[in-house]
Design a protein around this ligand. Structure first.
Ligand code: ATP
Length: 503
């Protein structure tokens, strides 16, 4: 939904959530800055994730590893050799694309044709329509779906086999045109490593080549023994980390969904070999429950199990979210086996094992990973929250229905008028509440306009001080989502808000 997507981007800017990086120099592609409200929302998401991992699990502890790591890390993890995207250039337009994305976009168009057929049939058959039966029997739909499946299988196989000539052949057979110009004149497909390189050290001879980390996970693996020993952790246990990661993404056209600098919230859970699939299921459930607890519509989510697994995994699933541009990966849950720890043992010559007192034996643990992009979670929450509503009186409002616990500002305190001692009472309320909540004071414009402004900014509660407040020591609380209002004692405000904002 292009319109919705445009609205999200414009709203995020207008209300101080997200700006293009270095905007006065026309921005830097696929890099973004978080504004005064954005940074609060981001911190609140981090906090909500961090607490759910570390505070609510006795056997999960945190870590904050450096972004710069020894270059051997990325050799061991496989990133130097295999963290590549297959790229193709159009000879006429000189534009560069990800070859796999071109093919996937083609398949997406076939799927859109399927959806069109479904819509048509729904209209025709009304209540009697059986979608499952329809897609299994309708000749055109069956043909489109079969074709999509074949194309994706061939793409996956060509990429796994590193058969890049076949990826090009596939693009030519499907007659895929350059999206910008329509030209079908393609170069060969080449692999392109996504890691950002940098240099450490002063003189050019002694400087060594480093990478900005492309994922936070490796900082956890190389610290496995440090944390296990100093924290006296017993398997199963987890290490959680939030931090920046960098990838030189080529197709970067989806706002903060795919950035070159982004943040990950990752947790690596170390288990006994053989028990990994049990824990994989456990973490699938836990992570779904975390998402559910935020109260976003369940329809926004779906699981996508991987048929084709990365070289290090023996089970993997994505939690996909219905972004304004369709269902896309929000979080990955992977059973990574002992691949990473073993690879680091081999290259470093250091043991990364756990001594099991009960069995009297050491072993290399297996790992279940949950990895969610903080920025993608931000976009998910923000785009689901942004709604246009038509009210009972026929007027309309734009409202950002963020889960209260994540909202940047929790309470706006508004004196009805700028005189008669009302601002003083309002300011005193701000003074009293600011120790516990992020609260702002606003006296500009008519109160109705101030409500709309707070609705659009995502503030869940407004507190209005009027003339009666002077005598009854009460104020009106207005709820953003229902727009209902309630008269409450000023002295009770704190406990009312606490109850509304508790986990
Ligand atoms: P994609 O297939 O969309 O490129 P991925 O499978 O490479 O993602 P992972 O390596 O599994 O992603 O990274 C874990 C999480 O980090 C993803 O689920 C996503 O939320 C986030 N992430 C990955 N790349 C980016 C990016 N370029 N910008 C923002 N978030 C990202």
């Amino acid at each position: 939904n292009q319109d919705k997507f445009k609205q999200v981007i414009a709203h995020a800017k207008e209300y101080g959530y997200i700006f293009s990086s270095s905007e006065i120099y026309d921005g830097l592609s696929a890099v973004y800055d978080y504004g005064q409200n954005g940074v609060e929302l981001k911190n609140n998401i981090k906090d909500y994730w961090w607490k759910s991992m570390t505070q609510l699990h006795q056997n999960i502890v945190g870590l904050d590893a450096a972004i710069l790591m020894h270059p051997k890390t990325w050799k061991a993890s496989g990133h130097v050799d295999a963290f590549n995207d297959p790229l193709i250039d159009n000879k006429d337009s000189k534009k560069r694309y990800r070859a796999d994305v071109l093919v996937e976009d083609y398949v997406e168009k076939l799927e859109q044709k399927v959806q069109k057929e479904i819509k048509k049939a729904k209209k025709r058959f009304g209540d009697d329509f059986d979608e499952a039966q329809f897609v299994n029997t309708h000749p055109r739909v069956v043909k489109y779906r079969k074709r999509s499946k074949d194309i994706l299988e061939r793409l996956a196989k060509s990429l796994t086999d590193e058969n890049l000539a076949d990826v090009k052949a596939l693009i030519e057979e499907l007659e895929i045109a350059c999206p910008a110009t329509g030209s079908k004149n393609w170069t060969d497909v080449k692999q392109f490593n996504l890691m950002f390189g940098t240099k450490m050290g002063a003189s050019s001879e002694s400087a060594s080549d480093l990478y900005l980390r492309p994922e936070t996970a490796q900082g956890i693996f190389v610290n496995f023994s440090n944390v296990q020993k100093t924290g006296r952790m017993k398997i199963p246990f987890g290490i959680a980390q939030i931090g920046k990661a960098f990838r030189n993404e080529i197709v970067a056209r989806q706002f903060i969904f795919r950035q070159r600098e982004f943040e990950q919230m990752e947790m690596q859970f170390f288990v006994k070999p053989g028990e990994e699939l049990k824990w994989f299921e456990y973490w699938k459930d836990q992570r779904q429950a975390w998402h559910d607890s935020l109260g976003l519509d369940k329809e926004n989510y779906r699981f996508h199990d991987h048929d084709k697994l990365a070289h290090y995994a023996n089970a993997a699933t994505d939690i996909e979210f219905d972004f304004p541009f369709g269902f896309k990966e929000l979080e990955g849950i992977h059973s990574r086996t002992d691949f990473d720890l073993k690879a680091h043992e081999e290259l470093s010559g250091k043991k990364l094992q756990f001594y099991d007192h009960e069995d009297g034996k050491s072993y290399t643990p297996y790992v279940i990973e949950t990895s969610i992009g903080l920025d993608r979670m931000f976009l998910a929450v923000f785009s689901a929250a942004l709604q246009d509503e038509t009210l009972d009186d026929g007027s309309s409002r734009t409202v950002l229905k963020l889960p209260s616990i994540l909202a940047p500002v929790k309470v706006a305190v508004l004196p009805l008028l700028k005189r008669d001692g009302l601002p003083e009472i309002a300011e005193q309320i701000v003074e009293d509440l600011k120790w516990d909540f992020n609260v702002i004071y606003d006296e500009k414009d008519a109160v109705g306009r101030r409500y709309r402004r707070q609705d659009a900014a995502g503030t869940p509660f407004c507190v209005t001080v009027d003339h009666d407040s002077k005598t009854d020591n009460s104020v009106t609380i207005r709820y953003r989502d229902s727009m209902t209002q309630k008269r409450v004692k000023i002295s009770e405000l704190k406990s009312i808000l606490e109850a509304e904002l508790s986990y």
